[in-house]
Design a protein around this ligand. Sequence first.
Ligand code: AMP
Length: 178
Amino acid sequence: MNEETNKERLIKSVRNIPDFPIPGIQFKDVTTLFKDAECLQILSDTMYDMYKDKGITKVIGIESRGFIMGPILATRLKTGFVPIRKPGKLPAEVIEECYDKEYGTDCVQIHKDAIDENDIVLLHDDLLATGGTMKAACSLVKKLNPKKIYVNFIIELEELKGKDIFDDDVEIESILSL
Ligand code: AMP
């Protein structure tokens, strides 16, 4: 299958759930991609092709939907996998970054020894909406001084323009723009 056919196959397999978890949100459910063997293979192959020549040394997944394709991609790229989690979940010494949400604040944490200045990292999450979560994850990872940061999403919600809040030194790509 060619690239366009693959994308169409993925787009028609994303389940849209109106008004979840609150009225007004069109929730993009990626579990319908993961349960479909052909879609899961397309995702894995597409992400592998996007990043195979970038010298990535660690894939970093954002809790919790970044924990599915993240490790799959890490095994394809033969890199390590590192989780970024919500506070109180990681057992060893962590660093933290907090960010403002529509209501209140949220924080993300990573183990302090998870990456170092020799790493080229790829941060992965399922979906880019406003970008707040991934921006905080990037700021967190920058504190550990990796050589380069790539960012990847399965889906980008284009009209929210989440990409605009990122610094130019971070390379962001999505498989699907909806
Ligand atoms: P944001 O920080 O606004 O970019 O939100 C990104 C996080 O919220 C991701 O981890 C997504 O899984 C989740 N999310 C936000 N909006 C949606 C949506 N419309 N459909 C599915 N997940 C969403």
